[in-house]
Design a protein around this ligand. Structure first.
Ligand code: NAD
Length: 281
């Protein structure tokens, strides 16, 4: 039975993952190399819980109770006793492989090691450990406390027991699961990024204005926002990076990133975060 969960990385995703596990009664040990990130994560969790309580989504008393279940650390050895670990450190393959090698040495045998990676094959991560059957992908969506979906990715060696326990945890967090095999982009990015890329091609080929492409998709297919607006939200550099994961991973020209997308990233037009993308902010 899972009682204590380790979270590696206290960034945007790590703090959300720690938040939801603690909210649903698990003890959480959150680990990061940067003290400032740990402090910021705890402050963010507190703020987000207070917001949830104000909206009536959780009882007032749960705020303090949830926070009290979380311990922050800069020592990976403090994860030795966890029953389940979710890694959410920076998306950099050599870093993740090194983290999993060390995590495998430190964490008690029997514990499951999950990764929140968006693009690195779970099979590759699992292969650096001595427990590939107990390694799995658990891809949360941003912002974690709000988004209902978790993509669960089975690596080549992931066992049925590991999968069943992970699926049970998704349910305990009151989230829904979509199960994917371990191929580039999993499900959501595999479908979403080519759609955004095609919208950029439509703009590039002069088929329509950015406004009309977005209006067409928003009102014509009932999406909350058009694909170019969404790309500005995600960050054009991130969209391009994921497009390249699909292109390189499948070696299929159908995934080639639109030259306009590449040019905009080169120009520093990264979307909302840089003040300029397909729209000006
Ligand atoms: P982030 O940059 O906000 O956080 C990364 C954290 O990792 C930082 O706090 C950093 O200090 C820490 N870190 C770096 N090196 C470390 C090390 N050696 N040991 C311990 N901690 C270390 O990144 P993020 O957006 O939270 O992304 C984390 C993971 O989640 C990535 O794999 C990313 O692909 C994935 N992801 C991100 C999103 C998203 O929308 N941001 C969505 C789904 C999945």
């Amino acid at each position: 039975m899972v009682k204590t969960v380790g979270v590696l990385g206290a960034g945007q995703m790590g703090n959300g993952i720690a938040h939801v596990f603690a909210q649903f009664g698990y003890r959480v040990v959150i680990y990061d190399i940067a003290e400032a990130q740990l402090e910021k994560a705890l402050a963010t969790i507190q703020q987000n819980l207070e917001r949830q309580a104000k909206k009536g989504a959780i009882p007032e008393g749960l705020v303090g109770e949830t926070i009290s279940r979380i311990t922050a650390t800069r020592e990976m050895k403090d994860l030795a006793g966890v029953d389940f670990a979710v890694e959410a450190v920076t998306e950099h393959e050599p870093l993740k492989l090194d983290i999993f090698r060390r995590l495998d040495e430190i964490v008690q045998p029997g514990a499951i090691l999950a990764s929140n990676t968006s693009s690195i094959p779970i099979t590759k991560i699992a292969a650096v450990t001595r427990r590939p059957e107990q390694v799995i992908g658990m891809h949360f969506m941003n912002p974690v406390p709000v988004m209902k979906l978790v993509e669960v990715i089975r690596g080549h060696a992931t066992s049925d027991a590991t999968f069943a326990l992970t699926a049970e945890l998704v349910g305990k967090l009151e989230k829904e699961m979509a199960v994917s095999q371990d191929y580039p982009g999993f499900i959501v990015n595999r479908v979403l990024i080519p759609m955004i890329n095609e919208a950029v091609f439509a703009l590039y080929e002069g088929i329509a204005s950015a406004e009309d492409i977005d209006k067409g998709m928003k009102l014509g297919t009932n999406q909350p926002m058009g694909p170019l607006t969404l790309a500005d939200f995600i960050g054009l550099d991130t969209v391009l990076a994921i497009a390249n994961v699909l292109y390189d991973g499948f070696k299929d020209p159908k995934y080639r990133p639109c030259p306009l997308l590449v040019k905009m990233v080169n120009a520093g037009y990264l979307g909302r975060k840089s003040g300029r993308g397909f729209y000006t902010y």
